[in-house]
Design a protein around this ligand. Structure first.
Ligand SMILES: Cc1cc2nc3c(=O)[nH]c(=O)nc-3n(C[C@H](O)[C@H](O)[C@H](O)COP(=O)(O)OP(=O)(O)OC[C@H]3O[C@@H](n4cnc5c(N)ncnc54)[C@H](O)[C@@H]3O)c2cc1C
Length: 445
């Protein structure tokens, strides 16, 4: 059953409200270990450029960088600071493919387009790795993402996914791990099987985005922090009215993801902001860290309301989970600790030193929504939890499209995205109801 089938009744105010509150209370491990954060001044005058980008996360910066490298003049505005949104808060996990899996994706878009989408997801992780190497971004990149099946039906699904990708896309980057061998990778008896994606990996997400900002600035992108885009006037030369000054451009890219509101109501209604939270333990001595994870890979389970975790470079367990906070459940730190100990009871005595959260933009089909409105407004959002790698391909295909090559953008435009019922006012409370259903389904097995 999909999210939209659960949208039976509505109760105004949802987890979006709690998420805002939580942002104020949080202690973000990534901020405490950020390197080389460059400060960019706010916009204080009118500017005219070829391309203006809204949003200083991966999508905005990678689009800006690709365009600057192609010779366009580019300005980028960020309401807060670089990486303030999901890009500086996420689990740091890099997965190949798309959130619903490739079988469901092929059923939706057809085998031919699913193959093109798959190839672009593989290219996305390659772009990410090349950017890190070329710009010498110090962000603790490690190889491997391990999917852990929480029940027997998920084990069968993972196996089918692996075989589907091998047979149809000739992908050889997966290794199957039987339940008996999983203890060589993860120190828990919770999982039924694993699928290790060697193409995937993990990194320090904030240091990655800060490195991208430096690379973009070095390539000539004008970056303005603490500059909110308040209004967009479309036309042959769209104009973006910002907090203090306006930007006139030939094309605009909207990359505000789950954090943008009001620049285009139609786009806002195509995504739903889902809260996700992460806790970080105190540093674990390396022998204790090895009782938790024997692998260097990060792990993500197969539940709809998934748990995801990995070891940081300084040996802290970072444990995350999606939407633990409904409107009435106030403390994600407690709930996440409970989930962590269900998986790893052996670290019950370990302190939690950091807890933070952010918003993931999810679409109805859990596939990214990337496209063009009219002739010159481009957008990319709704990566549904896989934006760390997929933003890299979004940036590249938006730059290709602005340069006149529409072919790969068209593959994404053909995905039959639909707005959420109820528009922006009801999408969050309706999602809360849907999430409760999925929590129950995950628990029942
Ligand atoms: C807790 C958490 C865990 C996650 N874990 C993973 C993971 O492990 N792997 C993965 O692939 N993905 C993960 N994600 C999702 C991933 O972080 C996002 O898909 C990705 O960061 C999206 O990047 P973005 O640049 O599109 O958006 P964002 O990083 O959200 O950037 C958007 C920016 O736009 C700015 N903005 C919005 N409106 C305006 C405006 N009007 N004017 C100016 N600026 C504006 C915001 O301030 C924000 O900084 C996670 C997300 C969260 C929150």
């Amino acid at each position: 059953m999909r999210i939209e089938q659960n949208l039976a009744s509505a109760e105004l105010q949802g987890n979006e409200v709690n998420s805002e509150k939580y942002h104020l209370m949080e202690t973000n491990y990534y901020q405490s270990t950020a390197k080389n954060a460059q400060i960019f001044s706010p916009l204080d005058q009118d500017v005219s450029v070829d391309i203006c980008v809204v949003g200083g996360g991966y999508t905005g910066l990678l689009s800006a960088l690709e365009l600057a490298e192609r010779g366009f003049s580019v300005a980028l505005v960020e309401a807060k600071s670089i990486g303030w949104g999901a890009s500086g808060r996420n689990g740091g996990q890099i997965a190949t493919g798309y959130q619903p899996g490739m079988i469901e994706t092929a059923n939706l878009v057809g085998l031919d387009d699913s193959r093109k989408l798959w190839e672009m997801s593989v290219e996305a992780t390659q772009i990410l790795k090349t950017r890190i190497a070329d710009h010498e971004i110090k962000c603790d990149l490690k190889e491997g993402e391990l999917y852990a099946a929480t029940k027997n039906s998920h084990r069968s699904w993972l196996k089918r996914e692996m075989l589907f990708c091998q047979d149809n896309f000739d992908f050889q980057g997966y290794d199957w791990i039987d339940e008996a061998d999983l203890s060589n990778y993860i120190g828990t008896s919770r999982y039924k099987a694993g699928l290790l994606d060697h193409q995937g990996g993990h990194l320090h997400p904030l240091n990655y985005v800060l490195g991208l900002a430096q690379a973009a600035a070095a390539a000539g992108v004008q970056i303005f922090e603490r500059t909110t885009a308040l209004d967009l006037k479309t036309g042959v030369k769209p104009v973006l009215q910002c907090t203090a000054g306006k930007i006139t451009a030939s094309s605009i890219i909207l990359a505000g993801n789950a954090y943008v509101k009001g620049l285009n109501a139609g786009l806002d209604a195509r995504i739903i902001p889902v809260s996700s939270y992460i806790i970080a333990t105190e540093r674990l001595p390396s022998d204790r860290a090895k009782t938790v994870l024997q692998t260097e890979a990060c792990v993500s389970d197969t539940n709809f309301n998934l748990d995801y975790f990995r070891m940081s470079a300084d040996h802290r367990l970072l444990y995350g989970g999606r939407d633990y906070v409904g409107r009435h459940r106030a403390d994600p730190k407690k709930i996440l600790r409970h989930h962590m100990l269900r998986t790893f009871p052996q670290i019950a005595d370990v302190n939690i030193e950091f807890a933070w959260g952010g918003k993931v933009a999810v679409t109805r089909h859990r596939l990214p929504d990337i496209g063009r409105i009219g002739r010159n407004i481009y957008y990319a959002h709704g990566f549904s939890g896989q934006g760390l790698p997929l933003s890299a391909i979004a940036g590249r295909i938006l730059a290709e499209a602005i340069g006149g090559e529409m072919e790969r953008l068209d593959v994404f435009s053909r995905i039959p995205h639909k707005p959420f019922p109820g528009g922006t006012a009801l999408r969050v409370p309706l999602l809360s109801l849907a999430m409760k259903y999925y929590q129950l389904r995950d628990a029942l097995g």
